[in-house]
Every structure is written in structure tokens, then in C-alpha cells.
Design a protein around this ligand. Structure first.
Ligand code: PLP
Ligand code: COI
Length: 356
């Protein structure tokens, strides 16, 4: 039970009672924190109920749920940003809603109407507004929508019932360095098959990336970079973010592939590279043996924001981009433009911002 005080809010983390004012926003990592409220809706007999906020963070589902056995589930990730005036922004939530439904269609799950998605996201942010990190702290409220197949089935077929839930927590940087570069390693494993589920945000892709990810961490790399599963010659993406590079000819290049996640951050950066920075913005092939074309490189995504890549270890080379310790000027400018729009300091280019 959460008890509201006149200022701040009392809640429990790992059994310890704390006040929201006591959160050291600047030292947050990317970890689960149980915030007071989440939204939950149920689909049964062909329709969604209206859903509601709940304090219960435990899902009560059948042991035979298709999400548990056959991975019939998909999810999203978006953030709420504290503005200077105390308001709260969401960044392109309509794109998350569309992508959730594309993932759902691929896995034979019902559509979540955009109105239900928006109601869930907004009400969770409003109910947990004490946990939205204040403007200027560098932290944000990470929002996780999740759609899972539940109910009693044992054969491989779509579940009879579904749960759509949205929860949230304050987070800091996903990769340790934040805007300080970290290094990545090209993996021998494939993340996705040519006509598989790489473009869908489904749990199976991430389960498959845990072993390669752990091997990368063991060797002090932030994460892996996967190559295209057909020819193993082109960069696809990072396990948890898309990839981009900047050439000395002022091009912003990011891989185009049917087996990578269509990153909302990546499409925003393609726009900003062209319209705010005057770069040539290209979605195309990025050959792993042509990394020396790039003077800067980075990983981009909701959790990753823009994480500069210091160097990439390939099979036979250690390729350093701008620097292993300093962020490059173009990457920094992209970061400032993106985060400036997200937290309301810069004008919204094209209805990207939704006020909560
Ligand atoms: N690629 C993968 C595998 C991801 O998990 C993510 C995170 O959502 C991204 C790319 C970046 O996508 P977005 O910018 O929409 O968060
Ligand atoms: C996101 O950026 O929202 C993601 O889902 C990445 C995830 C691996 C944390």
C-alpha cells in the first residue's frame, strides 16, 4: 500500500520504505523499480474490457499460457520526460502503438486499439507522476507496455485470452557510459532469421540475445553487434538498439534490413540529421569491412537514447571511431537535438510530442 504525504510519496523498494524526494535521480541505472500503479486490460471472447489501474504488480495467469510456453507475447518501450515548466512529455507514443500492433499481428495476437494504448500509457504516467524524474536530472520515466497470450492451451496455437499491461519506472542510462563512448563486439551468433521475427518486438529475440550479450560483457564490451543472417557481411543492429555511423563526408548512415527492429529513435535521427544538422541521411547497407568510412558511430533507441560507440571489435580488427573516451561532435549534436525535443526545450518538428 502506498501512502501519500503532503510532498513526495512513500513507497517500498526491496522492502525498504523510502520517499520519492530521496531518489537520487542522477545515479539511477536501468533497473526495475516497483512504482505504485500499473494499467491492466483483458481480452476475452473477441474483445477488450476497459482496463484499470492496479497496485498489484503480480500477474495471475494459467500455467498453460501460450506466452510462457511458446513466446506468444510482445512489448514496447517508451519514455516520459520531465519538462522545465513541470509538465510531462511523451515522445511519439503513436509510433509505439503502431509497432505493438505490427508485432501482435506477426504473432497472431489481437490488436490493441490506439485509444486503449494511449489511455493506459497516460493514466500510468499520471498515477505515478511523483516518479517522473525532474527536468535536468538526465533521468526519465521508462514505460513498458506488454501484451501476452494467457489462458489454457497446450497445443501450438493462439491463446484464448490476452492481457495488455503497462507499467513504468524511473531510469538512468542503459549503457553504463551514458554519453561517454563504450565498445561493442561483432557477434558470431545471429539475432534473427531473414524472414523471422527480427522486425517484431517479441521476447524470443531478446532471450536469444542473452548468451551472446553475456559473452560480450565477459570481455568488457557493452553489447554485441549482429550481422545480417543471410550473408554475415552487413551490420544489422545492437541487441537492444539500432546502429548509426557518420562519414567524413557528412552522411548519417543507418542499416536498412527487414530483420532489424524499426527503431522510432532511428527514424527521428534520420529526420534530425537532415533537417537540423544538414547531413545526408541514408538508410542502407553498412558493410562490416567498411567501418573505416565512419568517423563517428553510435547505438540509438529509447533505452539507449544515443550511446556513442568508441570502438567495434570485429573478427580481425579493433576499429576505433572518433575516440574511446570522448563523444564526437556530430553524435553530441544529434543527442542535444533529440533530447532537447523530448524534454520540451526545442520545438516539436512534427507532432512528436504528446503532453500528459
Ligand atoms: N533495436 C532493438 C533490438 C531494440 O530493442 C530497440 C529498443 O526498443 C531498438 C532497436 C530501438 O528502438 P526504439 O528507438 O523504437 O526504442
Ligand atoms: C527500449 O529501448 O525500449 C528497449 O526495449 C530495449 C530493451 C532491451 C531495454
Amino acid at each position: 500500500m502506498t501512502i501519500r504525504k503532503t510532498s513526495g510519496i512513500l513507497w517500498k523498494i526491496k522492502g525498504v520504505v523510502m520517499m520519492t524526494q530521496a531518489i537520487d535521480w542522477k545515479s539511477l541505472g536501468f533497473e526495475y523499480i516497483k512504482t505504485p500503479y500499473r494499467f491492466l486490460a483483458k481480452w476475452k471472447d473477441g474483445q477488450w474490457n476497459e482496463g484499470k489501474l492496479t497496485e498489484d504488480n503480480v500477474l495471475h495467469i494459467s500455467e498453460a499460457s501460450a506466452a510462457l510456453h511458446y513466446g506468444q507475447q510482445c512489448f514496447e518501450g517508451l519514455k516520459a520526460y520531465g519538462r522545465k515548466d513541470g509538465g510531462i512529455n511523451l515522445f511519439r507514443p503513436d509510433e509505439n502503438s503502431k509497432r505493438l500492433n505490427r508485432s501482435a499481428e506477426r504473432l497472431r495476437m489481437p490488436e490493441v486499439p490506439e485509444a486503449l494504448f494511449m489511455k493506459a500509457v497516460k493514466s500510468v504516467v499520471q498515477a505515478n507522476r511523483d516518479f517522473v524524474p525532474p527536468y535536468g536530472t538526465g533521468a526519465t520515466l521508462y514505460i513498458r507496455p506488454l501484451l501476452i497470450g494467457v489462458g489454457d492451451t497446450i497445443g501450438v496455437k493462439p491463446a484464448p485470452e490476452f492481457i495488455f499491461t503497462v507499467f513504468c519506472m524511473p531510469v538512468g542510462p542503459y549503457f553504463k557510459g551514458g554519453l561517454t563512448p563504450t565498445n561493442f563486439i561483432v557477434s558470431d551468433y545471429d539475432r534473427a532469421a531473414p524472414k523471422g521475427t527480427g522486425a517484431a518486438k517479441v521476447g524470443g529475440n531478446y532471450a536469444a540475445s542473452m548468451l551472446p550479450g553475456e559473452e560480450a560483457h565477459k570481455h568488457n564490451f557493452s553489447d554485441c553487434i549482429y550481422l545480417d543472417p543471410e550473408t554475415h557481411t552487413k551490420i544489422e543492429e545492437v541487441g537492444s538498439a539500432n546502429f548509426f555511423g557518420i562519414t567524413k563526408d557528412n552522411e548519417f548512415i543507418t542499416p536498412k534490413s527487414p530483420s532489424i527492429l524499426p527503431s522510432i529513435t532511428k527514424y527521428s535521427l534520420l529526420y534530425l540529421a537532415e533537417h537540423a544538422l544538414g547531413l545526408k541521411a541514408i538508410e542502407g547497407d553498412v558493410y562490416v569491412n567498411e567501418l573505416d568510412h565512419f568517423v563517428e558511430a553510435g547505438a540509438c533507441g529509447t533505452a539507449a537514447v544515443i550511446s556513442p560507440i568508441g570502438a567495434i571489435q570485429t573478427k580481425d580488427a579493433f576499429h576505433v571511431f572518433y575516440s574511446e573516451t570522448e563523444v564526437g561532435p556530430v553524435t553530441k549534436s544529434l543527442y542535444e537535438n533529440l533530447t532537447g525535443i523530448q524534454c520540451g526545450d526545442l520545438p516539436d518538428p512534427d507532432s512528436w510530442i504528446v503532453d500528459v
